[in-house]
Design a protein around this ligand. Structure first.
Ligand SMILES: [Zn+2]
Ligand SMILES: [Zn+2]
Length: 142
């Protein structure tokens, strides 16, 4: 089991299971969402994630057509995860977990991204990750 939480500690997560995918995303939404140049997220089954605290949701549809409720800590603003929803706002089985919230940095070293998406937006001084599939645009979530 992996545990993590936000900057102030008011939202905590527990994660079990194996990710469906892991990706760096260089899209403009991820820049705003994280306040930095790209995001690193694990695509996981929603049932494998337990959340304590009361994260606040901000809904957005990505360029790739993914409807996501993006959850943030209401106190410190740390992005925690995005939950895929259908067009009627019903939560589906897939969650995009923001990888930087894990407490154990070892875990992130062991889980190298399998893909990079929106590479057309990658800043020019950053190199592609060796061995990660490169996609100029976004991908539809499962
Ligand atoms: Zn917080
Ligand atoms: Zn993105």
């Amino acid at each position: 089991m992996a545990v993590g939480g936000c900057f102030c500690g008011n939202v905590r997560i527990e994660y079990t299971g194996q990710p469906i995918a892991s990706a760096l995303c260089h899209c403009e939404d991820c820049r705003k969402l994280t306040g930095t140049l790209y995001s690193y997220s694990l695509v996981i089954n929603a049932e494998d994630l337990k959340v304590t605290g009361s994260p606040k949701a901000v809904a957005k549809v990505s360029d790739a057509g993914n409807h996501l409720n993006n959850f943030f800590c209401p106190d410190c603003g740390t992005p925690i995860y995005g939950h895929k929803v259908d067009s009627a706002d019903k939560p589906l089985g897939v969650v995009v977990l923001r990888a930087g919230i894990f407490d154990n940095p070892e875990l992130l070293s062991q889980r190298k991204p399998v893909a990079e998406i929106y590479t057309k937006n990658r800043v020019s001084w950053l190199s592609p990750i060796e061995g990660a599939d490169q996609y100029p645009e976004g991908l539809a979530l499962p």
